[in-house]
Design a protein around this ligand. Structure first.
Ligand SMILES: Cc1cc2nc3c(=O)[nH]c(=O)nc-3n(C[C@H](O)[C@H](O)[C@H](O)COP(=O)(O)O)c2cc1C
Length: 217
C-alpha cells in the first residue's frame, strides 16, 4: 500500500481577509480547532498573491477560503491561484473550499464559489461551503464542513481495485492496518474471490467467507 490510513491527516488552511481579527479569522480558528480535536495536524497561512506555495505539498488536504468584497472573492487568494505557483503545487491534492459572505447561499454558490472552483477543476474537492455571517461562529455549521472533509479524506485512503469493487470502512481499515506484504496478497486474493462470486462490496463478512473458502488465506 502506498498510503497509511493511520497517519494523521495534515491540513493547511490558506485564506485571505481584509479584516484582521474579523469574521474570517474567527472562522479559520474554529475550523482549525475542530480539525485538531478530530486528530488532524493543522496549520494556517494567510495568502499573498505572489508567495511561494511549495510548502502545500507537505499537506494531505488544502482548505482554501476567503470572504467576498464587492462581488469578488478576496483578492490575495484568487491572486495566488492566478499568479503564483499555488495551482502547480496543488497537483493531485485534495482540497476543500469555503466562501464567507452576506449573500444568500444560492447566489453565492452560483456567483462566488465558481471564482475558486474554476482554478481547481483537476482537484478532488472534499467539501465546499458557503458561510453566512451567523454561521461563521456556529460550531454546528463549522462541524458539518469539518466532518465532510474528514469523511472525504478517509474515502480517498480506501484501497482501490479498479472496476466497481468497493470496500466497507471496517474492511478497508482492517486491510490498512496490516503490513503491506500481507495486505497486498489478501487484496489480490479478495479481488479474485469477489470477481468469481459476483461480489461488489467487500465487507468483514466477505473477508470471513473468503477466508473459510477453498482459496482461504
Ligand atoms: C466592504 C465590504 C463589501 C462586501 N461585499 C460583499 C458582497 O459583494 N457580497 C456578499 O455576499 N458579501 C459582501 N460582504 C460581506 C462579507 O463578505 C462578510 O461580512 C465577511 O464575513 C467579511 O469577512 P471579514 O470579517 O473577514 O472581513 C462585504 C463586506 C464588506 C465589509
Amino acid at each position: 500500500m502506498t498510503r497509511d490510513n493511520d497517519r494523521q491527516m495534515r491540513v493547511i488552511i490558506l485564506y485571505d481577509s481584509r479584516t484582521s481579527g474579523g469574521s474570517t479569522d474567527k472562522l479559520i480558528d474554529m475550523i482549525g480547532e475542530q480539525l485538531a480535536e478530530a486528530g488532524a495536524y493543522v496549520e494556517k497561512a494567510k495568502c499573498k498573491a505572489t508567495a511561494d506555495y511549495s510548502f502545500v505539498r507537505d499537506f494531505d488536504v488544502i482548505i482554501m477560503g476567503a470572504p467576498v468584497y464587492y462581488l469578488v472573492v478576496s483578492s490575495q487568494l484568487i491572486g495566488a491561484l492566478v499568479q503564483s505557483n499555488l495551482k502547480k503545487c496543488l497537483k493531485n491534492k485534495n482540497v476543500a473550499l469555503f466562501v464567507a459572505c452576506g449573500s444568500p447561499e444560492a447566489l453565492a454558490l452560483g456567483l462566488y464559489l465558481p471564482q475558486l472552483k474554476i482554478h481547481l477543476i483537476r482537484n478532488k474537492i472534499l467539501s465546499e461551503k458557503i458561510f453566512a455571517p451567523h454561521q461563521m461562529t456556529d460550531p454546528d455549521s463549522v462541524g458539518d464542513f469539518v466532518e465532510e472533509i474528514e469523511e472525504g479524506y478517509k474515502k480517498t485512503l480506501r484501497p482501490r481495485f479498479g472496476g466497481d469493487l468497493e470496500w466497507s470502512d471496517e474492511a478497508a481499515e482492517m486491510l490498512n492496518q496490516m503490513p503491506s506484504m500481507f495486505s497486498n496478497k489478501i487484496r489480490s486474493a479478495l479481488t479474485t474471490y469477489a470477481k468469481q462470486n459476483g461480489i461488489k462490496v467487500i465487507t468483514l463478512e466477505v473477508l470471513d467467507q473468503a477466508r473459510s473458502s477453498p482459496m482461504g488465506f
